[in-house]
Write a protein that binds this ligand. Sequence first.
Ligand code: BTN
Length: 186
Amino acid sequence: MTSQRTKKLTLAAMMTAILIILGFFPGIPLGFIPVPIIIQNLGILLTIELLGTKYSLLSIGLFLVLALFGLPVLSGGRGGFAIFLGPTGGYLLGWLLVPLVLGTILHILKQHQHLSWWLEFIIVVVAGVLFIDLIGSIWLSVQSHMPLGTALISNLAFLPGDIIKAGLAVFLARRLRKLPSLQTIF
Ligand code: BTN
């Protein structure tokens, strides 16, 4: 029988592949901020929702290592060390850290209660979307010599799309967790 660990590692590898596929979609430039609207962060949130802290850290970490070594896995087929020092570097750091924050909060709450759709959604928005945007804005302000307030306000442009992506991640994760083949993993 396949061990739980092997199943989780397989799912982690599958989520890395999904993150790479989402990178095929080019970003939509906004003009007033050097950060595009992308779809890849939907995959980041879904990975954490499905895998929890440890294995999503592994999956997202592997994805970021591939990007760091220059594989064209970031939105629009980009990759390379320079991107990590560019205006979007803070969001990439946020992607690495968010499993620790969101994954841990979800884990603690799920141990004590059954999470309703709404509560899970709000947690993903606050500890996932807003956390990534905060780290991204802080680095953007440093890197682009922009006041932090301006960087934070500019990030409001991402919120409508990111809230939809959070809703989609929660919806998909709650559906997928019910699949018999995945139920044994969680
Ligand atoms: C990159 O490919 O260099 C990272 C892009 C980061 C884009 C951020 S993620 C959070 C926010 N929502 C978006 O749609 N875009 C930004």
